[in-house]
Design a protein around this ligand. Structure first.
Ligand code: NAP
Length: 200
């Protein structure tokens, strides 16, 4: 298969298209034909060696994506060949080769159905940043409490991946969203996304 290969930690600009053997699914894994893959800032950090994990080289980046199930490994009962599924976190693109390739092997535990009404592009682009924002908004330990409806939510870096997800989730939770951006043009987009206030 063709894959965007990373053979140094010099950034995504140094990725190159190469041919590698097709991956095979092991037990509890599925083989996907990648339909859409998303470039996340986390991928770009990893490519510069600025991520907690440094996989052996060559590596294939890509943590987010959508693909068609081509084959399933032993013990997989939750996916069938021909299904189109999304990827929900897991080792893909970090410890294992990722979605910047024609095919990717993903743990069956990390695949999900495409939510009704979602495009393939949306399903490929949303998981990592939305799960991160969801954790920040909901997973607080005692004695702190997660923000309630009506709380003021201050989103720094609001125009980025996690930021825009936080703005959208915060509004869906009826919070008053204050979004920060250094850019007037991005500020206009943040208002369009529903931010109540945008500050530079
Ligand atoms: N992406 C993920 O899935 C993920 C997962 C876990 C943790 N994180 C962490 O979450 C944070 C945001 O990640 P991201 O992926 O959303 O990044 P991102 O898409 O690059 O967005 C970061 C935003 O921060 C703002 N920014 C950049 N440099 C700045 C500076 N010097 N001063 C003020 N604002 C600045 C920019 O907004 P303006 O240009 O509009 O000011 C930019 O849009 C990072 O710390 C990342 O490590 C990300």
């Amino acid at each position: 298969m063709r894959a965007w290969l990373m053979s140094s930690y010099e950034g995504v600009e140094k990725l190159y298209l190469g041919d590698v053997p097709d991956p095979q699914p092991g037990p509890d894994q599925v083989l996907l034909r990648v339909r859409c893959a998303a470039l996340n800032p986390a991928d770009a950090f990893l490519a510069q060696g600025m991520y907690p994990v440094k996989p052996p080289l060559p590596h294939v980046l890509g943590r987010d994506g959508v693909g068609e199930v081509l084959a399933v490994g032993a013990g997989v009962a939750t996916a069938r060949v021909g299904q189109t599924v999304g990827i929900l976190r897991g080792p893909t693109g970090i410890e294992a080769w990722g979605t910047f390739a024609e095919k990717a092997v993903v743990p069956a535990a990390n695949i999900v159905r495409i939510p009704q009404g979602w495009s393939l592009e949306e399903t490929a682009g949303a998981p990592l940043v939305f799960l991160t924002a969801w954790q920040a908004l909901t997973q607080w330990s005692e004695p702190a409490a997660p923000p309630r409806p009506g709380s003021v939510l201050l989103v720094t870096g609001a125009s980025g991946g996690v930021g825009t997800a936080s703005v959208l989730l915060g509004k869906s939770m009826d919070q008053c969203v204050v979004a920060l951006s250094r850019s007037a043009a991005k500020g206009v987009k943040l208002k369009d996304l529903g931010a109540d206030f945008v500050l530079n």
